[in-house]
Design a protein around this ligand. Sequence first.
Ligand code: AMP
Ligand code: MG
Length: 422
Amino acid sequence: MSDVIRSASCCDDGPEAATLTVDEARQKIIDTICPISSSEKLTLRNALGRVLAEDIISPLDVPGHTNSAMDGYALSGDDLPPSDGQIYPVIGKSFAGAPFNGRCKTGQCVRIMTGAVMPEGTDTVIMQEHVETTGPDRVRIAGGHHRGQNVRQAGEDIKAGGTVLQTSHTLTPADLGILSSLGTGEVRVRRRPRVAFFSTGDELRSIGEPLAIGDVYDSNRYSLYGMLKRLDVEVLDMGVVKDDINELRNAFSEAASMADVVITSGGVSVGESDYIKPILEQTGEINFWKIAMKPGRPLTQGRIGNSLFFGLPGNPVAVMVTFYQFVQPALNFLASGRRSLPWTIMATSSVDIFKRPGRYEFQRGILEQGADGQLTVIKTGQQGSGVLTSMSLANCFILLPEDCDGISSGETVQVQPFSTFI
Ligand code: AMP
Ligand code: MG
């Protein structure tokens, strides 16, 4: 795990540095990450979603042979019919997997199916819909065709010796198809990041336990689990840890010994039982702990040993917002060495949105596409950082940058669809 954190101090600006902007915080996190370099070989199916640790060089042309893109008739481009058409004898058939072995001469054509190898002497295919059968093995082809039509050239998709996929690329379903079309059954991919996480708080109860007054069920571990599960990471759920400095210290070191990334929730404010920041100061290093954002201002970020540390706030919405905005891009960078930011798009707000300048707000919105194709967005109602139903109802974040002083109905606003996080 020594490849996780760069040796450069992550506290160059001092732990008490001023409140950061969202962009500054993102950059400060990325600056401390050294992407995982160790790798393993996996069979194709197991490699879906994994990050390539090698360039893939094609051993062959795809398609391997020039072939027909249509069901129809193959002939030479030198021998196309005049504008009033011409009759041709059909001298044979070429099927996908059963090529025609003869040669097609001037005045002749060959029946051909999609994917079948082009017979010798042919370079053009006439769709069967443009051909009239005039007798057994005789067809009439009308005019108006051109040389090379409806033919797929050997190597037009992939050339032998060419780089098909580059190292650090994340393998998609299309890539599995491409790799199998090359006959490649195994690929070298980077090791997945290991992520340990736990919730902190004396009031937290696990499902199945009775609730006393003031207790709450631990929901952050479940939303965190859900967000992590959708990423290509190994997940280590360490449960709930009490607001006890010794228990927390032990949990920190246990998590750091197992994982590349440690995530906690709760205990990062400045209350009397908020121990995360002091423990990180003692046992690791703080990169920053305040961001000018809402929700999620008290995000404590740094490292413990060689592990990257994220002390997320306790409020359930703040957990999800800070995870998507900071943890997920960091995990992606750790896994691949590529920076990725969620897509944003513009939509028209159908409502007034109140906001004071100062903090970057991530309000929860519902994005809709009207019959005219236009995108509009509304808020999900209550925006409190404990109102987790706002995340469940929403399908996007409405992005209100630091200097924004509110949005009037009808104005354009930037949104981040949740689908970009998957
Ligand atoms: P804290 O940051 O620890 O002061 O927590 C802020 C708020 O979030 C409090 O109302 C906590 O009860 C709540 N909270 C903290 N952790 C969790 C959790 N794991 N699940 C649900 N609510 C939590
Ligand atoms: Mg707490």
